[in-house]
Design a protein around this ligand. Structure first.
Ligand code: FES
Length: 169
């Protein structure tokens, strides 16, 4: 269900924007056992390198992210989704909030949800856990994205990050 809601909203909110990804300096590996249930997320810290088009190319860029299982089933990479935790509005860190803990004003804006969402505590921007798409609030776009590049028997590997993160962070 989480995946279906997210996919639908993603098409509306971000579907026409093609993201460009660049490899991290070193892939991040998150224990698979900690992502056994849809809606559970796990924080991680990643390091990339600013690209040639950046003002200061070749510089290390540290980015905090969160990876979540977004669908039941096997452990294929597309069952997981990773986002940058930095809100695109004014750079507060988002967190995972369950539907029962959402402020009524937020629910009024985004509608009733049955799955956890990412919520920015500063000005209540909300984002789909399924794909990071913006659901409501002042954020100008969805959360910046990582790409899950593989899953082994014991870990989920996050190996790439949206280029804009390495340009603007
Ligand atoms: S910083 Fe996140 S909504 Fe303003």
């Amino acid at each position: 269900m989480l995946a279906l809601i997210g996919v639908g909203r993603s098409v509306l909110a971000q579907g026409r924007r093609r993201l460009r990804y660049l490899p991290l300096a070193r892939p991040v590996r998150v224990p698979l056992a900690s992502l056994s249930t849809p809606g559970r997320a796990r924080r991680f810290m990643a390091q990339g390198v600013s690209p040639p088009s950046a003002a200061s190319p070749g510089e290390p860029v540290r980015v905090n992210g969160m990876v979540a299982r977004v669908a039941d089933g096997d452990d294929a990479p597309d069952r997981f989704r990773a986002v940058c935790v930095v809100c695109p509005h004014e750079q507060c860190d988002v967190d995972v909030v369950s539907p029962s803990d959402l402020d009524p004003l937020v629910v009024e804006e985004i509608g009733k949800v049955s799955d956890p969402v990412y919520l920015c505590p500063c000005h209540n921007s909300t984002f789909s856990m399924a794909d990071g798409a913006r659901l409501g609030g002042p954020a100008p776009r969805g959360l910046y994205q990582f790409r899950v590049t593989g899953v082994s028997g014991t870990y989920v590997e996050v190996g790439e990050v949206e280029e804009d993160v390495l340009l603007f962070f």
